[in-house]
Structures are given as structure tokens and as C-alpha cells.
Design a protein around this ligand. Structure first.
Ligand code: ARG
Length: 586
């Protein structure tokens, strides 16, 4: 269903198109009509800036806004319900509140499909995320990566895109050999079962132990290189150990994905594809896109993008990270011709992706323009920077375990064990809500500090707070179902939702689909997160200010309850997009 806001946007665009046509300009330029939220609700509910049309209409934005206001007012009756007003360079619209309320309440019957759109229908998006190394368990940075990737994928799907989620497992290289070498020195053939450890942690512990090995054996680094050469040569013993340790690592990592609700449509393993880029580099050399340097290495000139040159094949013919990514991108496009390929990778690799995209373009791949690096910042703890070697890295499982413990203590402290049913399960879901929300609400590109205590707070801009509002509404609906209050006798009348708190909720419920659409267009789950928090806080205020079940006018009680149900639909759908479990009781 088209929202009242969308109907207004269409009406404004049509009128702008008329004005353009009258001036002999291309009416299609009216596509630039965009809706914004005015800074103050007293100025209107939606604002349309007129700057984009000043030049072609040869009029100042305020004049355009005034002319539009006049034309649209004259069309009253045909235009959507509401009133318009020119405010400086903006055309602002005051929506007809009853129509918007009616639309908000319609979410109740739409249920899980409320907030879905077809804005990205027909487009194929491949999204790579997580991409762990198999020498250690997932850490807090991966949790940020994973929630950005999984959540973006869900948001893209909600907007109609066909999405392929992929994981590139970095299962080869000298760092993998280090954990193998350390296991050879200290492992004594033991298995994770012997030590009762989660398999990926078992592998990670040997990686950390490599530091000890280095102190004992000055040749340890060299030996790791030698082991890599043996691995590349296919030495059976090396391969056997590598396989065993990789299975442990990947197996454990997959269990963490299951725990956090993250999944992939396809796994790519670096060991299987790392050589593919070499041929592409040779082709590029033959066609003159690359050149051979004096030392025999193959390089690319990056001066056109303001960078120096970059080696693509070493003089001994071995490939590097970039070579592999070149081959992989080409392979992926052949595999599944995407309209967009998104790489969710830390901003430390900005240079890498800038160069990768440039080289692919130079090689003549038109689709290189559709590559996008969804770059995200570091996650640190209040205590400071995480470092694997100093033992300050926070592994994902331990973090989730400790959040679950804290949540459980909270449930017990409040005496809510019986009310929640299964306290362990509830605590786990609160922990997930806490960490996923905290990581998703931050602007992806920015570094952030993850504060575990803060993330768990039942008050403020947190996952548990939003989960709690969902549980509150669920409890309200259970009461209604038990026949409490007079709502059952009343009739739902959208026009009754007129107080400022009610209107604020109506507005937020009705604009939820737009938030999902914008989040999809910008690959930014934080937009959905911000909307969830706004809805939850508006509901909290409404719940506090207005009697719902106990309202003595039955129609009002029924209508307020209906609004609460509409809020519940938005909370459920939005939490799903953010990989946050919904809770019936907390
Ligand atoms: N495993 C890599 C790392 O830990 C990230 C891989 C990113 N993806 C890619 N296609 N280069 O740094």
C-alpha cells in the first residue's frame, strides 16, 4: 500500500514535472523530489527541498516552494488529504492525521510483511561478510562485521533484492602455519575433546602459544614460512594437520554463527581460490594494463588515483592478497552475475579495496563500478584497544557468555524467573539483543567503544530497552485476551489518535517502511536501529501518559490498544532485521 507520505511525494513530483514542462525542461527531472523531516513538527510533517530545481526553473527555491504551494492548494480534493505551506526553500506538508493513523493501524493485518518494499526488486546483491581467519575464534570486531552484514542482507531482502550472503574463509597463509607449528610443538596429539574446549578456541590457544615458541626457538618465524612452502607443495602430513585444525576452527566458528543467528548462502575457501588471480594478472600484463618492474615483479601504476605503484605478483611469481581478490571478484561475477557486490570489511582495508576496484575497472570489467566496500570502524572496549597478542582481545563467545550471566543476574534480582519462563534462554536473548543493537546502532564508518554494562541497560538507547517495550505490549495484549479492560466492547477509530504522544507514535509507525527503504539504499542498519529506539521511546511515553486498557471510553481503549498492536508489529519486524530476538516476556 502506498503511504500517505508517498502519495504526497508523488503529488509534489507531478506538480514539479508540470512546471518543468511549462519551461520547456525535461519533466523527468522531477525525480529529484525528495522528502525530509522538518526540524520541528510545528513546521510540518514532511518537507520537500526545492534547491535541485532552482537552476532549471530559473527561480529561487523559495519562489518555487510558494508556486507549488499555490498549485497544490488549488488542487485540493485531487491531492492527498492534508495541507501545504511554503517555508523558505521548502514545501512543507501537514499530513491528514486520520489518514496516517489509518495507515499505521493497517500494519496490524500486514504483520511480518509490514515494512517490506519492492524498491530493490530485480536487483541481485552479493554481500561478503565475516570472512574470518582459521587460526582463532571470532572476536568482538567480527560481531560488528557479522551484524552489519547479516542485518544489511535482511534489509536488502526486505526491499525486494535477491541477496547472496557469502563468507570468504581465510584458511591458508603463514598465520595458519603458526598455529600448526605451535600445535606440533606443544599439542602432543591432544584434541579439543581431551581438553573440553570449544574447537576454535583450542586452535586459537595454540596461535597465542606461538609467542612462547618464538621465545624458545629463534627460527620459529622462518619455520612457519617453511611450513607454508610445504603446504603449497602439498606435503601429505602438513595437509593432514592443516585439515584437522581447520575443521576445528571452522566448526567452532560456525557454532558461534548459529548462536548469533548469522548464516551464509555460500562459503568460499581461500585455499581453493588463492591461485586464480595469477592468470588475470598475466592477461593484464599481456594487454599492457600492468608492467614488469626491473626486479621482475608485475606491478600496476596507481598514479591516476593519486597513489604509488603496487606489486601484483612477486618476482618469484607468488601471488599476494590483491592478486587473490582480483581472481575472486571475477570468479564471483561469473558464478552469480550480481548488480552489486558489497564487501563488509574493516576500514583498515580501505586502500586495498580502492586499489582492487580501480584495477578491475582498468582490466575492462564494467561491473567494477558496482563494487562497494562497506567499511566499518574498530570496536574497542572502555579499557582500551584490543590486541590479540596482549590478550586484550575479546572473543565473541566469552563476551556473549558474560553478557548472558549479567542478564541472568538482572532477571533474578528482579524476581522475574517465573514470569519469563525460561530464564537461561531469556538471558541469552537479552545478551544477543544487547550486543547486536549496540553494534548496529553505531554509524558503520566510525570507530566505537563497546560498553558491555551500558549495552545491557533496560533504560536508554539499547537493545534490551526495545525488547522490553515489545514484552510490555505483549503483556498488554495477554491482559486483553483474558478479558481485562473495556477495549473489547469498543470500536477502533483512527481519528481518535490525536494527542501529541499518539500522533508521534502514529507518525513513527507509519514511517517505518521508509526507514527500511532508506537503510536498504544506504546499506545502513543504524537507520532501522534509530527508528526502533524512537518507536520504543514514543511508546514508553504513550504508555505512561495515556490509559490504554483502563481507559473508560471503550472506543478510545480499543483504538489505543490497536495502536499498541501496530507498534508491536514494527518492533517485531525491526528487531528481526537487526538480528535481535523478540521476547514475549522479560
Ligand atoms: N580475512 C581477511 C582479514 O582478516 C578479511 C577478508 C576480507 N575480504 C576480502 N575479499 N578481501 O583481514
Amino acid at each position: 500500500m502506498r503511504s500517505v507520505r508517498e502519495a504526497w511525494k508523488a503529488a509534489v513530483a507531478a506538480t514539479v514535472a508540470d512546471m518543468l514542462a511549462e519551461k520547456g525542461a525535461d519533466p523527468a527531472l522531477s525525480e529529484a523530489v525528495a522528502a525530509e523531516a522538518p526540524p520541528d513538527a510545528a513546521m510540518g510533517d514532511v518537507g520537500f527541498p526545492m534547491f535541485p530545481f532552482a537552476k532549471v526553473l530559473r527561480m529561487g527555491p523559495p519562489q518555487i516552494a510558494a508556486a507549488l504551494a499555490e498549485r497544490l492548494s488549488a488542487k485540493a480534493g485531487q491531492a492527498p488529504a492534508g495541507t501545504v505551506k511554503a517555508v523558505g526553500p521548502y514545501l512543507n506538508v501537514f499530513l491528514d492525521r486520520a489518514s496516517v493513523a489509518e495507515q499505521a493501524l493497517s500494519s496490524r493485518s500486514l504483520g511480518a510483511s509490514y515494512g517490506r518494499s519492492s524498491s530493490l526488486a530485480g536487483s541481485k546483491v552479493m554481500i561478503e561478510f565475516s570472512s574470518p581467519n582459521t587460526n582463532k575464534p571470532l572476536h568482538l570486531g567480527h560481531l560488528r562485521n557479522d551484524v552489519l552484514g547479516e542485518s544489511s542482507a535482511r534489509i536488502l531482502r526486505a526491499n525486494g533484492a535477491e541477496v547472496m550472503k557469502i563468507n570468504l574463509v581465510n584458511d591458508r597463509g603463514v598465520h595458519i602455519c603458526k598455529s600448526m607449528l605451535s600445535y606440533m610443538a606443544y599439542g602432543g596429539g591432544r584434541t579439543p575433546e581431551d581438553e573440553g574446549k570449544k574447537t576454535d578456541h583450542f586452535v586459537g590457544d595454540y596461535y597465542v602459544k606461538f609467542n612462547e615458541l618464538k621465545k624458545e626457538d629463534p627460527r620459529a618465524e622462518e619455520k612457519a614460512q617453511e611450513l607454508l612452502v610445504k603446504w603449497e607443495a602439498g606435503d601429505p602430513e602438513t595437509i593432514a594437520l592443516w585439515k584437522k585444525m581447520n575443521e576445528w576452527a571452522v566448526g567452532g566458528i560456525r557454532r558461534t554463527y548459529e548462536r548469533t543467528g548469522v548464516s551464509f548462502d555460500k562459503y568460499y575457501y581461500e585455499s581453493q581460490i588463492y591461485l586464480t588471480g595469477k592468470d588475470e594478472v598475466q592477461k593484464g600484463l599481456a594487454s599492457g594494463v600492468f608492467f614488469k618492474a626491473e626486479d621482475g615483479s608485475v606491478r600496476v601504476d596507481l598514479t591516476p588515483i593519486g597513489l604509488e605503484e603496487k606489486v601484483l605478483l612477486r618476482k618469484d611469481g607468488t601471488s599476494i592478497y590483491m592478486t587473490q581478490d582480483l581472481g575472486l571478484a571475477i570468479h564471483r561475477h561469473a558464478d552469480w552475475p550480481f548488480d552489486r557486490l558489497v564487501y563488509v570489511v574493516a576500514n583498515e582495508q580501505q586502500y586495498h579495496f580502492k586499489v582492487l576496484f580501480y584495477i578491475l575497472k582498468r582490466l575492462g570489467y564494467e561491473w567494477a563500478d558496482s563494487l562497494f566496500h562497506l567499511s566499518y570502524g574498530l570496536v574497542n572496549l572502555p579499557e582500551g584497544r584490543m590486541k590479540t597478542r596482549e590478550g586484550t582481545v575479546v572473543d565473541a563467545d566469552s563476551l556473549l557468555d558474560s553478557l548472558r550471566e549479567l542478564a541472568l543476574e538482572e532477571i533474578q534480582a528482579k524476581g522475574r524467573e517465573d514470569a519469563v519462563g525460561d530464564p537461561q534462554d531469556t538471558a541469552e536473548k537479552i545478551a544477543l539483543g544487547a550486543v547486536h543493537y549496540y553494534l548496529a546502532q553505531a554509524t558503520p564508518s566510525k570507530d566505537m567503544i563497546f560498553n558491555p554494562k551500558e549495552s545491557l541497560s533496560f533504560n536508554g538507547d539499547t537493545g534490551p530497552y526495545i525488547q522490553y517495550m515489545g514484552a510490555r505490549i505483549s503483556s498488554l495484549l495477554r491482559k486483553r485476551d483474558r478479558g481485562e479492560g473495556g477495549a473489547a466492547k469498543g470500536e477502533v477509530r483512527p481519528e481518535l489518535l490525536s494527542s501529541p504522544t499518539e500522533w508521534e507514535l502514529v507518525r513513527l509507525v507509519s514511517s517505518y517502511p521508509e526507514a527500511v527503504e532508506q537503510a536498504g539504499a544506504e546499506y545502513n542498519p543504524a537507520i532501522v536501529a534509530a527508528h526502533m529506539y524512537a518507536v520504543a521511546s514514543a511508546f514508553s511515553k504513550f504508555y505512561h501518559d495515556e490509559p490504554i486498557l483502563n481507559c473508560d471510553e471503550p472506543d478510545r481503549a480499543a483504538t489505543r490498544l490497536a495502536l499498541s498492536e501496530a507498534v508491536l508489529v514494527v518492533l517485531k519486524n525491526g528487531l528481526e532485521l537487526l538480528c535481535i530476538p523478540f521476547l514475549e516476556a522479560m
